[in-house]
Design a protein around this ligand. Structure first.
Ligand code: ARG
Length: 468
């Protein structure tokens, strides 16, 4: 092929340029250009190692490093001319380097392939992003714990099957989410660590005949290990799966929380009021205040789960070693990272600014006969077998439902018609605050149990903060 400015860097064995219509199809530049900083770091480490091993002259290595730094500044300043003809970020930077420093630039790719190069860039990027997301998860957790602490004594109905079940503390409810995010943090750290090994030096697939020092490039790039098998090094994307999976579970937790925020901010529930800064209006209905951001977090969870399934499906059935299918790994991974990051910011902001309508929650907790289990337990305390007590209280609930009153509103005389075992002391037992206070199981909803849980959640948070 006649060489000109737009000839691909691999043009030697070709007689014709690629079909123009397919150029965009084959290119990954619009997606992978965000790897520019990692690509430059990887190339600098490779050039220095080549010089240290006597494969490249010291002068050439210095020219390469200075040239790459200058290109990095240019990209950071937004002055770099990305051209789709270059196919991907690796070719873009190599071409720019050669334009800048001539022959030394053409020597950079000695003993390297884009296959180990892209795996190196992707691992560096995933490592950094997993750390950043882990930091955001810590912030969201801290906010949950702070809101829980600020509303320690607020009681709301607890639900099973979306039916009122037993009253719980609002702080207890929020802490449940803090533990979900604590597990997400662990998964995120595991994903970070999965990316922490260097593929550089694997070259195309088989290693090279140059005396590379893989330990040196790994150390310079901050990797804790070298990937032991060159075929595995260029074809493994497990670290991306781990990261996208960690993003997926975190999104699912944020989505479940968002669903509750949406429900709680309806007129029917009214448990919370979202701050104006985290709600939007309608273009036609002047009265509306919509929980759009919570809805979007819930909706975007579908994308991230899709990113995970997409990546799993790309990898399924790929023979060793590199296949161009692997170029499809990045778009979904980047999308999962971006979506979780934006969703964490949205949810953290919503939590930090929402108003808790404690009186509405408490009022709702009076309904639904939620002291029924305690009423049965009272009878058990008088010696009645639990199954019989369950039956008696079931009939009392039916009675109250027909009378449209709460359990607490039933008179002593009426109660005694259902069982002579009832006495005056039952009223303290079925008081909603007492129902909550009595659940002193480790991990339960009583104020004393929740106080311990706040301390546990704080301690785990502080340990995780220190470990990051
Ligand atoms: N843009 C490619 C990717 O993202 C880089 C590796 C290309 N390697 C190759 N042999 N064509 O996977």
């Amino acid at each position: 092929m006649i060489q000109d400015d737009h000839t691909p860097l691999w043009g030697g064995r070709f007689e014709k340029a690629p079909a123009a219509a397919l150029q965009e199809f084959g290119a990954s530049l619009p997606v992978d250009k965000r790897l520019w900083a990692q690509d430059i770091a990887g190339s600098k480490a490779h050039a220095r190692m080549l010089a240290a091993q006597g494969i490249l002259s010291q002068e050439d290595a210095e020219l390469i490093v200075a040239g790459l730094d200058a290109i990095g500044e240019q990209i950071a300043a937004g002055d770099f001319d990305f051209d789709i003809v270059d196919e991907d970020i690796h070719m873009s930077i190599e071409r720019a380097l050669t334009e800048r420093i001539g022959d030394a630039g053409r020597r950079l790719h000695t003993g390297r392939s884009r296959n180990d190069q892209v795996a190196t860039d992707a691992r560096l990027y995933c490592k950094q992003q997993a750390s950043a997301l882990a930091g955001q998860l810590l912030k969201a957790r801290e906010t949950l714990i702070l809101v829980a602490q600020a509303h320690r004594d607020v009681i709301l109905p607890g639900y099973t099957h979306m039916q009122k079940a037993q009253p719980v503390l609002f702080s207890h409810h929020l802490l449940a989410y803090s533990w979900m995010l604590a597990r997400d943090f662990k998964r995120m750290i595991a994903a970070r660590d999965a990316a922490d090994a260097s593929p550089l030096g694997a070259a195309a697939l088989a290693g090279t005949s140059y005396p590379l020092n893989r330990q040196q490039t790994a150390a310079e790039l901050g990797f804790s290990a070298v990937i032991p098998n060159s075929l595995d090094a260029v074809s493994d994307r497990d670290f991306m799966l781990d990261l996208v999976y960690a993003c997926s579970t975190a999104m699912i937790h944020l989505s479940r929380l968002s669903e509750e925020l949406i429900l709680w901010s309806t007129e029917e529930f009214g448990f919370i009021t979202l701050d104006d800064t985290y709600a939007t209006g309608s273009s036609i209905m002047p009265q509306k205040k919509n929980p759009d951001f919570a809805e979007l977090v819930r909706g975007k969870t579908g994308r991230v789960v899709g990113d995970l399934v997409g990546l799993l499906t790309v990898l399924k059935g790929l023979p060793l070693a590199y296949n161009k299918d692997l170029q499809e790994d990045k778009e979904g991974t980047f999308d999962a990272i971006d979506t979780l990051s934006a969703s964490l910011a949205a949810v953290t902001g919503m939590l930090a600014t929402l108003r808790v309508n404690a009186d509405v929650m408490l009022e709702a907790a009076q309904g639904g006969f939620m002291a029924a289990t305690d009423l049965a337990d009272f009878l058990v305390g008088t010696g009645m077998p639990f199954r019989e007590a369950h039956e008696v209280v079931g009939r009392i609930v039916l009675h109250a439902e027909k009378k449209q009153c709460t359990l607490q509103q039933i008179s002593m005389a009426e109660l005694r018609e259902f069982s002579a075992a009832f006495d005056e002391s039952v009223s303290e037992v079925i008081d909603i605050a007492a129902v909550v206070s009595r659940r002193t199981t480790e991990g339960g909803t009583s104020p004393s149990s929740v106080e311990i849980q706040i301390a546990q959640a704080r301690k785990q948070l502080e340990d995780d903060q220190r470990s990051l």
